[in-house]
Design a protein around this ligand. Structure first.
Ligand SMILES: C[S@@+](CC[C@H](N)C(=O)[O-])C[C@H]1O[C@@H](n2cnc3c(N)ncnc32)[C@H](O)[C@@H]1O
Ligand code: SF4
Length: 415
């Protein structure tokens, strides 16, 4: 009942992020105005993949070398826009798509970042197919701190249903082991509650992950897009959320009750590890690339999803933002609360520092609900309880599901 209620409220809140205005006031996007422009993380989207997984909800296109090379040039131009506006990034996250799809361009881009900014940490996503010995060395030399590999499942039947090509499971494991210990953090992504995936198959994935002795895994509940047109893709939209809890309980039993601690409601780590959720660690972030979003001081910005439009705007020295929204004070507070709950703790001092001393009072109904339902406990620092972890996972899933509506609309209409 509580997860269902939370699901309803989060979807409603998430829908508000879809009501965007065109015509941004570019003067608002200024590092100087934002207290010197530091403390803001940078997300870089590389939307190319060698094969397109039908379940994927991100902005991605089939790799074409010419388009990808043009894209990296445009990315540098967009980065330059933010540098000129006084932003100082130290924490970078490369997501996709598949950022490693053109290694020479990626390394050139990382080099450009390092000449402009004092970079402290770089996180990057890739696929098992691209986790070659050569790429591991190149990424290590480029100073990647956290490498995340999208395995999704080791089970060949599940991978087949997903339409995902990873190569044989033994080879994937061998590749992961070769990368293990080479980066500060090695993460493996899995998807759960896939239509047709059994709880036993998922338990097999968790056991296989543990047996590898890798320090971090992120488990994504399958998030559907609302109106996929292709028949295969539509199949994934019949997601049965009533089964999801059983999958989540496996993660809790096998990892959380063992030696892994929860870094977020989806990410489980051993030791001190970096996490992939820049939205938790940084209250503000800029996203560059086609299909990226940014949150800066309560404003939400959406870049174009179209590669051509991205080239026309970023490539000619303009910001490729096509929609934006000034979040209301309440939406801002709720978004802050959502991200911190997802990171499993809300520090009331940090909340007051950011939003003023009335902030905790204004969130009183939400906080009272989370306390009364046993989702959080504590006073100065509210911690998500074990009982609260699944409802928090549902909250984040539904927030992303709402954003998927936006992604899907913008991809289809090539906004
Ligand atoms: C955007 S992908 C990038 C990584 C890389 N391209 C790959 O697939 O290995 C990051 C992760 O998002 C997750 N993901 C993608 N589509 C999803 C969906 N519809 N629902 C839940 N998780 C999804 C997958 O676990 C994937 O590893
Ligand atoms: S899951 Fe990864 S490899 Fe598959 S289409 Fe999405 S971004 Fe590309």
């Amino acid at each position: 009942m509580i997860p269902e209620f939370i699901s309803f409220v989060t979807r409603r809140e998430g829908q508000k992020f879809l009501q965007l205005e065109a015509g941004i006031d570019e003067t608002l996007i200024s590092g100087e105005r934002l207290g010197g422009g530091s403390g803001i993380s940078l997300y870089v989207h590389v939307p190319f993949c060698r094969a397109l997984c039908p379940f994927c909800c991100f902005n991605r296109y089939l790799f074409q070398e010419g388009l990808a090379r043009r894209y990296f040039v445009d990315l540098k131009a967009e980065l330059e826009q933010y540098a000129r506006r006084g932003f100082k990034f130290s924490s970078i996250y490369f997501g996709g798509g598949t950022p490693t799809v053109l290694m020479d361009e990626l390394l050139g881009f990382i080099g450009a970042l390092r000449t402009k900014f004092d970079i402290r940490e770089v996180s990057l996503e890739t696929t098992p197919r691209e986790l070659t010995p050569e790429n591991i060395e190149l990424l290590k030399d480029a100073g990647i701190n956290r490498l995340s590999i999208g395995v999704q499942s080791f089970d060949e039947k599940v991978l087949k249903t997903m339409g995902r090509v990873n190569g044989p499971a033994d080879e994937v494991k061998e590749r992961l082991l070769r990368a293990e210990g080479r980066f500060d953090t090695l993460n493996v992504d899995f998807v759960f509650n896939f239509p047709g995936q059994t709880v036993e198959q998922f338990a097999g994935d968790v056991a296989a992950f543990k047996a590898l002795g890798i320090d971090q895994a992120t488990f994504y509940p399958l998030m559907a897009s609302p109106h996929k047109h292709d028949a295969l893709e539509r199949k994934f939209n019949r997601v049965d959320n009533s089964r999801e809890r059983q999958f989540y309980d496996i993660i809790l039993a096998e990892l959380y009750h063992d030696s892994y601690k929860a870094s977020t409601a989806w990410c489980f780590s051993r030791g001190e590890r970096m996490i992939d959720e820049y939205i938790i660690e940084y209250d503000d972030y800029i996203g560059i690339g086609a299909g990226s979003v940014s949150i800066v001081r309560g404003n939400f910005y959406v870049n174009t999803f179209s590669l051509d439009r991205y080239h026309e705007t970023a490539g000619s020295g303009r910001l490729p933002i096509v929609g934006w929204r000034r979040l209301s004070a309440r939406e801002n507070l709720r978004y802050y609360l959502l991200t911190k709950l997802f990171g499993l703790k809300v520090e009331t001092d940090a909340l007051r520092n950011r939003f003023g001393k009335e902030a905790a009072g204004r969130l009183w109904p939400e906080l009272a609900f989370f306390r009364a339902s046993g989702i959080v406990s504590g006073n100065a620092v509210l911690k998500v309880t074990e009982k609260g972890m699944y409802p928090v996972s549902v909250m984040m899933r539904d927030f992303f599901a709402a954003l998927n509506t936006l992604r899907e609309r913008y991809i289809e209409e090539q906004v």
